[in-house]
Design a binder for this molecule. Structure first.
Ligand code: CTP
Length: 401
């Protein structure tokens, strides 16, 4: 029996050629045992008729805020609360823009804004529209709000052009939902500690020693753990991103010492700890309480002291039931260095990313990792989005629980 059996799904359909595929998607969801309420935009009805959709879903299709002749009000709030998930397929550029910016001028967008459940978005459009910066910005915004983007595939498009923009096939969308719901609760009851971002080590009130870490990988891990049912404490250095899932408690710190202090407070209550932060190895021995001025004749010399190793400290304190995971960012001798860190810091698993791989490392949205565990051969993964990499890492941790 499919895990979608009995689930309440709102299927949002927008006005694009790919709307014809929504009929197959609807049929597959119904076949899987889901109860589906179709919400279609006015433009969607130009591509596919409500009669087909209501016959298949066995429910009247919702499109307007009220039925014109009776005045019956269609409550997007009730629909948003009823849904176990909302799937928007196809999602057009226009609807993505409205969803990203809260332009609630149709039933689909109002339902989206009212939905408390996970939302899955399967975009479909021409390749130039897809790669336009405004579409990409809207997709990034929607992902940052915690929505799940089901990436379109590449191939022959209705425009006659070839490229990225084809809505993901209905079978794969159903598989995506099944994977989501079957994993959904495999970290329920677990408390995960994650460190993320850089640390800033103060030189004076206006200067610091830091690094280029954006925090994206650590935050992606936090979202993945929270979406799988875990309680998450995210100890984060200074970054410009925010955690979305309410199950994540973010503790903001600046320096390595503050990060260690906050980690030690929660570590005894956690059963999984993932050290993803790019912790500065050294800090200035003293921090001037005034701005260091340029008039000095001598070039100032900054004496550095070693920072505590947070991963190694927790590694020395951990008990047998706790899983400690580290990262290794290397530029050379990658495998040897990663394996050494695994044992030296008493980790159970280490995730290696090499600065030599294009698309891996600081700032970018993608990563290419290898995972080393004590009891198995290293596993190499291809280049993926940081969200997908987070899924791979958490899958491996779950296997060790
Ligand atoms: N780490 C830490 N505290 C530090 C330094 C590193 O917790 N002071 C953690 C990182 O979060 C990561 C792992 O240790 O999980 C390895 O970090 P990395 O910077 O690759 O290695 P270092 O131990 O700092 O060694 P080196 O800089 O010499 O490669």
């Amino acid at each position: 029996m499919s895990i979608l059996n009995g689930k309440h799904i709102v299927l949002g359909i927008c006005g694009g050629i790919a709307a014809y595929k929504s009929v197959s998607l609807l049929r597959l969801l119904i076949k899987a045992g889901a109860e589906v309420q179709v919400v279609i935009t006015p433009a969607g009805k130009e591509f596919i008729t409500p009669v087909t959709l209501s016959a298949l879903s066995q429910k009247p299709v919702v499109s307007e805020f009220f039925t014109a002749n009776t005045g019956e009000w269609h409550s997007h709030v009730d629909l948003g609360l009823w849904a176990d998930c909302m799937v928007i397929a196809p999602a057009t550029a226009s609807t993505l823009g409205k969803m990203a910016h809260g332009i609630a001028d149709n039933m689909l967008v109002t339902t989206y804004l009212s939905a408390k459940s996970p939302v899955f978005i399967a975009p479909a459009m021409d390749l130039d529209m897809m790669r336009h910066p405004s579409t990409q910005t809207n997709l990034a915004l929607l992902a940052s709000y915690g929505n799940h983007i089901i990436e379109p595939g590449s191939g022959f498009l209705a425009s006659g052009l070839e490229g990225k923009g084809r809505m993901e096939e209905p079978e794969n969308i159903v598989k995506y939902l099944e994977d989501f719901f079957s994993k959904a609760q495999d970290l329920a009851g677990h408390h995960v500690l994650i460190t993320a971002g850089p640390t800033y080590e103060k030189i004076d009130p206006v200067r610091f020693i830091g690094n280029y870490s954006s925090g994206k990988m650590g935050y992606a891990l936090a979202e993945e753990c929270a979406s799988r049912g875990a309680k998450v404490t995210l100890v984060s250095g200074p970054v410009s991103i925010k955690a979305v899932n309410p199950a994540i408690t973010t503790v903001h710190v600046e320096s390595a010492r503050e990060m260690l202090e906050e980690c030690r407070k929660v570590f005894p209550e956690t059963d999984i700890a993932i050290m993803c932060a790019a912790v500065a190895d050294y800090a200035p021995a003293t921090c001037s309480d005034r701005k260091i001025k340029r008039e000095h004749d001598d070039v100032p010399v900054i004496t550095l002291v070693k920072n505590p190793d947070i991963a190694a400290t927790l590694g020395a304190e951990k008990n047998d039931s706790q899983i400690l995971v580290g990262f290794a960012l290397e530029t050379d001798n990658e495998t040897v260095n990663a394996e050494q860190k695994l044992y030296k810091k008493n980790l159970d698993m280490i995730v290696l990313n090499s600065m030599r791989d294009n698309g891996a490392g600081f700032g970018v949205d993608t990563n290419k990792v290898s995972i080393f565990k004590r009891d198995s051969d290293p596993m190499d993964f291809p280049l993926k989005t940081k969200a997908q990499v987070a899924t791979d890492i958490i899958d491996e941790i779950v296997k060790s629980l």
